[in-house]
Design a protein around this ligand. Structure first.
Ligand SMILES: CC(C)(COP(=O)(O)OP(=O)(O)OC[C@H]1O[C@@H](n2cnc3c(N)ncnc32)[C@H](O)[C@@H]1OP(=O)(O)O)[C@@H](O)C(=O)NCCC(=O)NCCS
Length: 137
């Protein structure tokens, strides 16, 4: 079994492959390959995990560099779960977020985040502004 490698340098990532892999693993939220590229490029820090040449995990954080951050797109390929990959990706993100209050939202994976010291919050609110994924003009 190949060792898993992790990179925060996403300059050469294949966004079409990421889109296809996410879709095949039922974790596609509708972004085009170029929208995926923009999402990751505009993040404060992002990480992609590879098994050989194959993308097997993603995680990224939006942050102000001072006090507030928000973690999104945490995903490990189904065939590779429970091997510590998401834990390592989160560790790489958090190592760049010293001093930040880090928020995230989870439908049904709170158990994973609790292993990293995250605590449930009393209430979360959200809103989509305009149309979800509205193309930029
Ligand atoms: C949540 C997710 C990212 C975890 O990825 P992972 O690489 O399997 O996580 P890890 O191997 O680092 O798990 C570390 C620990 O978290 C806990 N954990 C992880 N997945 C869990 C699950 N499904 N149920 C309960 N505990 C879980 C376990 O304590 C685990 O340690 P263990 O395997 O020694 O018991 C992965 O299940 C996933 O991609 N799910 C679908 C996408 C998703 O829901 N992402 C989160 C969006 S907020």
């Amino acid at each position: 079994m190949d060792p898993i490698t992790y990179t925060t340098d996403l300059t050469h990532d294949d966004w079409q492959e990421m889109k296809s892999t996410l879709a095949a693993d039922d974790f596609d939220n509708g972004r085009t390959p170029d929208q995926l590229r923009q999402s990751f490029a505009n993040s404060y820090v992002a990480v992609v995990a590879y098994d050989g040449p194959r993308i097997v995990g993603t995680a990224r954080a939006l942050a102000d560099g001072v006090c507030n951050a928000y973690v999104v797109d945490v995903w490990t390929l189904s065939s590779h779960r429970r091997r510590g990959i998401a834990t390592r990706m989160m560790s790489l993100l958090l190592s760049r977020l010293d001093g930040h209050h880090v928020y995230l939202f989870s439908d049904d994976r709170a158990d994973f985040y609790k292993t990293l010291g995250f605590e449930p919050q009393p209430e979360g609110l959200s809103k989509v502004v305009g149309q979800w994924l509205r193309p930029r003009t």
